[in-house]
Design a protein around this ligand. Structure first.
Ligand SMILES: C[S@@+](CC[C@H](N)C(=O)[O-])C[C@H]1O[C@@H](n2cnc3c(N)ncnc32)[C@H](O)[C@@H]1O
Length: 200
């Protein structure tokens, strides 16, 4: 498995990333009230900046990521009583239909085919399950320095329709944060959206 995050993993938990993930977490928890009997699944869990804050609120969190290096940093934060199950791979590798809550922060633009992900989510979630996706609104590619990336952000209307097609009901789409980067040449603003859907 190609690990695009191997060089970034050890420095991932920077103050900026912690702040960014806290914004996602606070917004998500305004709309979803996790229950202690829920099984949650995080797509692109990375070093656990979001998922480890959800862990105390649910029965279990399955943390899915393709990067061994990012998961290595996450594993160092776990202990014997952790309610975390690590899945090194893609969400397609999870096959049970027992998930009540799926969340993902800034990972969807790295997925190869998002439509297939929605279809798969419909097969692993229980009726009434919550799905929360936070990612970039369509940008010009400069967010990743014009490196090839599966998605330069998303058109939230297109994404919402794809969720509905896959068997989800749209609950909310909003811009919850703007990342500003300033260089000598210009100031760039990257909007982050949150999409919340429920499995029918
Ligand atoms: C930008 S990082 C975000 C990490 C974490 N969610 C956070 O907010 O700190 C994207 C993460 O998605 C993971 N990733 C990329 N492609 C993936 C895939 N197809 N399936 C699961 N995880 C993937 C990367 O390894 C990386 O850890």
């Amino acid at each position: 498995m190609n690990d695009n995050f191997s060089a970034k993993a050890v420095q991932w938990d920077s103050p900026d990333k912690i702040k960014m993930t806290q914004k996602f977490l606070s917004e998500m928890l305004l709309h979803v009230n996790p229950q202690l009997n829920w099984k949650a699944l995080e797509i692109g869990a990375g070093t656990g900046l979001v998922g480890l804050n959800v862990e105390p609120l649910v029965a279990k969190v399955v943390m899915v990521d393709t990067s061994e290096a990012m998961l290595g940093v996450l594993k160092e934060k776990l202990n014997e009583s952790s309610k975390v199950e690590i899945l090194h791979g893609e969400v397609f590798d999870y096959k049970k239909q027992d998930i009540n809550f799926v969340f993902s922060s800034m990972a969807f633009h790295h997925l190869n085919v998002v439509e297939k992900t929605f279809e798969h989510l419909a097969t692993i979630t229980k009726s009434g399950a919550w799905i929360v996706v936070g990612d970039l609104v369509t940008e010009d590619g400069s967010f990743h320095g014009f490196e090839p990336i599966p998605y330069c952000g998303f058109d939230t209307e297109v994404l919402s329709n794809q969720f509905v097609q896959a068997g989800f009901e749209l609950e909310m789409v909003k811009i919850y944060n703007v990342i500003t980067r300033v260089t000598e040449e210009k100031t760039s603003n990257y909007e982050q959206f949150m999409l919340i859907a429920k499995r029918l």
